[in-house]
Write a protein that binds this ligand. Sequence first.
Ligand code: PRP
Length: 186
Amino acid sequence: MKAALKPSTAVLNSVADPRALITELEIQHRTAQLSERICADITGGDLVVIAILKGAFMFLADLSRHLEVPVEFDFMAVSSYGDSTKTSGVVRILKDLDTDINGRDVLLVEDIVDSGLTLSYLLRNLEARDPASLELCALLNKKEKRKISLPVKYEGFQVPDIFLVGYGLDYGQNYRNLPYVASLKK
Ligand code: PRP
C-alpha cells in the first residue's frame, strides 16, 4: 500500500511547491498549542466545536486529538468560493448544524480566514441562535486580504497573500490531502 502512495505524493509535489510554506511538524506543534489554550479557557464544560467544511476537516481532526475536555462536534458546509479563486461574497449554507447551540459554548473552526466574509456571515448566523459564547479558531490568517474586522481568538499562523493549498485547502478540489501548506506554482 505504501509503495502506491509514493508516486501520488510525487505528482502532487510537482504541482504544489515542494518547499512547504508551513511544514507538517510546524502545523502539529502549533495545533497542540492551540488545543491547550482552548482547554485552559473552557470553564463551562459544554463545548460544541463546529468545523466549516470542507476545508477545516484536517485541522479539526488534529486539533480535536488534543482537546482534553468534554466536547461535541458538529459541521456546517458553506460555499463562498466554489471552484473559483475569488470570493463571491455570497455565502450559501449547504449543510446546517444538527445540534442546538442555544446556551452552549461554541468554537468555530476554519482552515483559513481571507476576506473574512464567510466567517462574518457565519458569526451573525450563529449568534442569532443565542450560544453562551462564540469564539473563532483559524489555522491560517491572511490579514492583508481582510475586508471586515474579525476577532480570531485562536490563530495558527499569519500567512501572506499568496494562493495556498494543502492541509484541507484546495485548488479545484485537489491538494486537500497534503499534510503541509504550500503555495501553488504558477
Ligand atoms: C474557504 C475557507 C473559508 C473561506 C475563507 O472556503 O475554508 O471558509 O474560503 O474565505 P473568506 O475569508 O474570503 O470568506 P471555500 O469557499 O473555498 O470552501 P472549502 O472550504 O470547501 O474549500
